[in-house]
Design a protein around this ligand. Structure first.
Ligand code: NI
Length: 178
């Protein structure tokens, strides 16, 4: 088990556009994906993108049954999504609070598409195609943003809804948001 260091906002490596994955089922890719799950689980994250551990590849993981950082969120299947393409299925957007393991201790409300299709491949280069909505759609948009060099604060419209988790969500365990 290897928990990798998560880069924090301000690190220029979080601002790069990630490269497509071209190798599958190699020892290096297996180790990378295993480390990403170890890192995400150790931080109680809902998702993690490879650029967050300094690996500039189009690879994200997400999913949980119950998440301490988002106790009210419905479960999202544990997923490895590589070389993703997102297609909104309507123009409808909604605001919702997000955190990010690269922006520790903070939450902000950002607009996301309510319904979208995501396509890509899994760790074995098998196709994935899902139509999702709500929190699942939000998590995917957040993670795929990391592959474009974007962090959620770049989407905040109302900065009165951006602040410290321990202040805005005092019922959450602060240890789950660092
Ligand atoms: Ni994030």
């Amino acid at each position: 088990m290897t928990v990798r260091e998560i880069l924090k906002m301000g690190d220029p490596r979080l601002l790069r556009v990630a490269e497509p994955v071209t190798e599958f089922d190699t020892p290096a890719m297996k180790e990378l994906i295993a480390d990403m799950f170890d890192t995400m689980h150790a931080a109680n994250g809902a998702g993690l993108a490879a650029p967050q551990i300094g690996v500039n590849l189009q690879l994200v993981i997400f999913g949980f049954k119950q998440n301490a950082r988002y106790p009210d969120a419905p479960q999202v299947p544990e997923t490895v999504l590589i070389n993703p393409i997102l297609t909104p299925l309507s123009d409808e957007m909604e605001e919702g609070f997000e955190g990010c393991l690269s922006v520790p201790g903070l939450r902000g409300s950002v607009p996301r598409y309510v319904k979208l299709r995501y396509e890509g491949v899994d760790e074995h280069n098998q196709p994935i195609k899902r139509d999702v909505d709500g929190f699942h759609a939000r998590v995917v948009q957040h993670e795929v943003d990391h592959l474009l060099g974007k962090l959620y604060p770049m989407h905040i419209k109302d900065f009165s809804k951006f602040g410290f988790t321990e202040v805005m969500f005092p019922d959450l365990d602060p240890n789950d948001d660092d």
